[in-house]
Design a protein around this ligand. Structure first.
Ligand SMILES: NC(=O)c1ccc[n+]([C@@H]2O[C@H](COP(=O)([O-])OP(=O)(O)OC[C@H]3O[C@@H](n4cnc5c(N)ncnc54)[C@H](OP(=O)(O)O)[C@@H]3O)[C@@H](O)[C@H]2O)c1
Length: 367
């Protein structure tokens, strides 16, 4: 079997790449990797394979791994007629995406272009070649719904309450694929991780290549420029944020992509309670002036400090819809039948992953 993989330089994709390389039934991996900041696609790929966070078996056999991989930048990748071996079965795993929780209308076009238009382009280009298309979406594509969320939720009359353009663009990409994969007679699988956190398994525990979502809050508290200022953050005390370790999510994708599963949320069975979780984040980065208030208090009407103004003019405004969501959990029975979710306390995990990031000054991995 051969695999077309997008997003291999990403938080999730790099982890997935390692797992796919360790499978013996994959002959060739075709990767879309952009040249970036003067580093060629091939050089970026070599950095990923030789990183000390890569599995030893891969680090110790880079030439062998490179032999299995064909890497293309954007221009070449979209000309599959020049390189695809049509004698083997081909699956596409589309993990490239733009994780941006902005609620600012100025960012809408870019978020839609990177998530919705780009997915359409990948699907249309490769549909003559692939027998299965695996789309990496997000567990939040259903919007702010509350209750117990199933794996399958698209219905004709649904009107989701999206928290931002990211959720909407991923939801519309799912709908496009559901309709068009059927017409093209291609098997479709939609896999939806929740918020990605650092590794949970022992190899490079807590490592993640890019600090996003809750890490941004920790980074904000940590780099506070107004040390004497306090900040009020509105939280629904009963709600949580679903966080899943990136290596567990990649393991599930690596196991599920050959299975006959149409839609699957890759999530924790218990959301991390935000009331406790955010206090723990603040403690971990030694930020003492946090006051948690009820969402009914309209903080946006008048800010009480420079720090609060800065927060709500930057990440605060984008995180707010998640901190005040209707409480929800996910049905994880199917997920856990593939690989049990490792047992740990979700608030302790939050602390450990934030402490790991703090030690590294929240610096993303560059490759
Ligand atoms: N991070 C999360 O918490 C999270 C949670 C749920 C779902 N997801 C979904 O999981 C998938 C992977 O996310 P991630 O966390 O790995 O994101 P990430 O770390 O930001 O990586 C994004 C990947 O997509 C590639 N990419 C983006 N736009 C591209 C384009 N126009 N052409 C070629 N490559 C492009 C990036 O390439 P470059 O390195 O060249 O930029 C990178 O490899 C996404 O679909 C995302 O929506 C992420």
């Amino acid at each position: 079997m051969n695999i077309l993989l997008t997003g291999a330089t990403g938080t999730l994709g790099s982890n997935l790449l390692y797992k796919l390389l360790l499978r013996e039934d994959i002959e060739k991996l075709y990767l879309l990797v952009r040249d970036k900041k003067g580093t060629t696609a091939k050089a970026r790929l070599t950095k990923i394979l030789s990183s000390k966070t890569a599995p030893k078996e891969i680090r110790n056999s880079i030439q062998k791994q490179l032999h299995k991989i064909a890497v293309f930048n954007s221009d070449e990748f979209f000309k599959p007629e020049n390189y695809i071996d049509t004698s083997a079965e081909i699956f596409c795993i589309h993990s490239a995406g733009f994780v941006n929780l902005s609620t600012n209308k100025a960012h809408k076009d870019e978020i839609f272009s990177e998530n919705f238009d780009f997915t359409k382009r990948i699907f249309e280009c490769f549909k003559p070649y692939v027998s299965k298309f695996v789309y990496i979406s997000t567990a939040y594509s259903i919007g702010d719904i509350g209750g117990l969320i199933p794996n399958t939720f698209h219905t004709k009359n649904a009107k989701p309450n999206f928290r931002n353009f990211y959720e909407e663009s991923k939801y519309l990409a799912e709908q496009y694929l559901l309709k068009n994969a059927k017409t093209a007679n291609i098997q479709l699988q939609i896999l939806r991780p929740s918020v990605l956190g650092g590794n949970i398994f022992e190899n490079s525990q807590y490592f993640i290549s890019k600090y996003m979502v809750y890490y941004l809050l920790a980074k904000f508290f940590h780099n506070n420029p107004f040390v004497n200022d306090s900040i009020r953050i509105a939280i629904n005390k009963n709600t949580g944020l679903n966080i899943i370790p990136v290596d567990y999510a990649a393991s599930i994708i690596e196991k599920a992509f050959t299975m006959n599963i149409k839609e699957l949320n890759i999530v924790h069975s218990t959301s991390t309670n935000l009331f406790n979780g955010i206090q723990r984040i603040a403690e971990t980065v030694n930020f003492k002036k946090l006051e948690i208030v009820s969402p009914s208090l309209n903080i946006l009407e008048s800010f009480s400090s420079k720090l609060e103004t800065l927060y709500y003019n930057s990440i605060g405004i984008h995180l707010e819809p998640y901190l005040t969501s209707t409480p929800y959990e996910y049905d994880t029975r199917l997920l856990e039948s593939i690989l049990p979710i490792p047992l740990y306390d979700t608030v302790d995990y939050l602390e450990h992953t934030v402490a790991y990031a703090k030690e590294r000054a929240f610096r993303n991995k560059r490759w």
